[in-house]
Write a protein of this length. Structure first.
Length: 131
């Protein structure tokens, strides 16, 4: 059996059943009751343009790495506030962004991610749980 058509079918099911709502600029991604990631974009229009791609990327990762997401991830059982608290205790490095602003990369024992900041404004944030 060819793997890719099957994978595409599953991903299509995910993306067709989950659509952004008006005003939405971010999402917390939860699998089997555990938060595995967070995405934020400061502009609603940009978020809507990228939403389907981000969702399909998470869906593909979940399908391919299903066994990883069945593991217990302590402290992240559907608790976005606790998940965000991890951002308080990270080691970070700041780089000049390809465009304007700064590209900040961060990590700790639970999460890793990146953010784009321009003139002290958060433009984008992407956080992933380390599994």
């Amino acid at each position: 059996m060819d793997f890719y058509p099957l994978l595409f079918g599953y991903i299509f099911d995910y993306s067709e059943n989950l659509k952004p709502i008006a005003g939405q600029t971010g999402m917390v991604v939860e699998v089997n009751g555990r938060i595995i990631g967070l995405e934020y974009l400061s502009k609603e229009k940009v978020f809507k343009e990228l939403y389907d791609r981000m969702l399909k990327s998470y869906a593909a990762d979940c399908i391919v790495n299903n066994s990883h997401y069945n593991k217990k991830i302590t402290g992240f059982e559907g608790n976005p506030k606790e998940y965000l608290n991890n951002l308080r205790d990270v080691q970070s490095e700041e780089f000049k962004a390809v465009g304007l602003g700064s590209d900040i990369r961060f990590t700790n024992r639970n999460i890793n991610g990146s953010a784009i900041v321009y003139r002290k404004n958060l433009i984008s944030l992407s956080v992933s749980t380390i599994v």
